[in-house]
Design a protein around this ligand. Structure first.
Ligand code: NDP
Length: 366
């Protein structure tokens, strides 16, 4: 038979003795054609318009959703335990590490490492041991029966088990030039970035426990920390409020919100313009750092309430475990942790989830 060269897109399956070839590459990007062969060297091409949604007949052992330290660590452990796994990494791998610049507290990198570079190392390690990494977003899951269904665009993936490692995202103020200041004075993680503000005057925005905890922690480095709160009463717990109020290095800017970030000549934050929520005049606050601590949002919308979560939306896992309330569904990293929220703790819980998943699959004989 004479080989026939087909134009792009690629062929993924054939039907019959090379009479019709269904070519499909990426539903989102390319048209889909049917090649109907007249003989071995010529064909007619027609565009396929009414494609049925794809349901893979294969049932996967495990699907990992999320590609931060938790997701990739889970993938590394699964692959090294010989459990085939797919990682849906979203549009961009890395989760919160992608908006972190220098990571200095992840063991093994004495000189520090850039957040995105650390992510790529996690990813390479998972790939090296055989994890299949797919750069797509999971739209929804159906956990009503096993095998579970994972919906990715038009495709449905069946799986015996799932590790959810979709993380959480820090809430930001949403000011026009906010993105320009990430890594240039603006942060949402005192533990990660506090060290860079030694002997400087900085601000923390928020009045909850996170803001108070971050402000207290930041006094280990900064010469002065101003907590900017939109009301005159703190939301945080009494004990944290008492500690913050008693701390000589902490000032409070009550009834204020940040209206504008202002950069110095070096492009790094050096001033905040504060609006008065009681109608007073705008004021200026000279700071070189600003920590936004107005809460985090766990990424769980795609679960549509099918797993037990707390009042803030964080998934609930069993004590000392990554198991959720459904068999074979595990949660790791910030999506289930509002307390530590560190890359290293996320990686640790990804490891836990993978080991528990492996044991669960074994116990189920899968
Ligand atoms: P919270 O929702 O408790 O507090 C958010 C704070 O940010 C509030 O003071 C809120 O103001 C303020 N805020 C929200 N949106 C804006 C905005 N757009 N502009 C200005 N200010 C804004 O979140 P936390 O992250 O502080 O805490 C979440 C949960 O985690 C809580 O249950 C908390 O107790 C817990 N936690 C526990 C800790 C511990 O036990 N060690 C440590 C950290 C958190 P307002 O008050 O006016 O609504």
């Amino acid at each position: 038979m004479v080989p026939v060269l087909l134009p792009e897109p690629l062929i993924i399956n054939t039907s019959g003795p090379i009479r019709q070839v269904y070519a499909k590459q990426d539903f989102d990007l390319l048209p889909i054609y049917i090649y109907s062969f007249i003989n071995n060297t010529s064909y007619e091409m027609s565009e396929l318009t009414d494609l049925e949604p794809q349901m893979s007949e294969q049932t996967h052992k495990t699907i990992v959703i999320g590609s931060g330290p938790a997701g990739f660590t889970a993938a590394i452990y699964l692959s090294r335990a010989n459990i085939p796994n797919i990682v849906f990494e979203g549009i961009q791998p890395g989760g919160q590490l992608t908006i972190t610049t220098e990571v200095e507290n992840f063991p093994g990198f004495p000189e520090g490492i850039q957040g995105p570079e650390l992510t790529m190392k996690f990813r390479e390690q998972a790939e090296r041991f055989g994890s299949e990494i797919i750069t797509k977003v999971v739209d929804s899951v159906d956990l009503s029966e096993r095998p579970y269904k994972v919906q990715v665009g038009e495709e449905t993936f069946l799986t015996q088990s799932i590790i959810i490692a979709t993380g959480s995202s820090a809430r930001w103020l949403g000011l026009a030039n906010e993105d320009d200041f990430h890594g240039k004075g603006l942060s949402a993680c005192a533990t990660c970035d506090g060290f860079f503000f030694r002997d400087q005057e900085i601000a923390v925005v928020g009045g909850g426990d996170t803001a108070l905890e971050e402000a207290i922690y930041l006094t280990n480095f900064a010469s002065k920390v101003t907590v900017i709160h939109r009301r005159d009463e703190l939301r945080g717990s009494k004990i944290m409020a008492e500690r913050a109020l008693a701390n000589d290095k902490i000032d409070f800017a009550w009834n204020k919100t940040v209206k504008e970030y202002v950069a110095g000549e070096n492009g790094i934050l050096n001033k905040l313009i504060l609006a008065d929520t009681q109608g007073g005049d705008d004021t200026e606050l000279n700071v070189t750092g600003c920590f936004i601590a107005i809460g985090h949002t766990p990424t769980t919308a795609f679960l549509n309430g099918q797993l037990e979560a707390d009042e803030n939306g964080y998934l609930i896992t069993k004590p000392d475990s990554a198991a959720t309330d459904l068999p074979g569904v595990f949660a790791a990293g910030d999506v289930q942790d509002h307390v530590f929220r560190q890359a290293i703790t996320a990686a640790g819980s990804g490891c836990m989830a993978a080991i528990e998943c492996e044991r669960w699959l074994g116990a189920e004989g899968l």
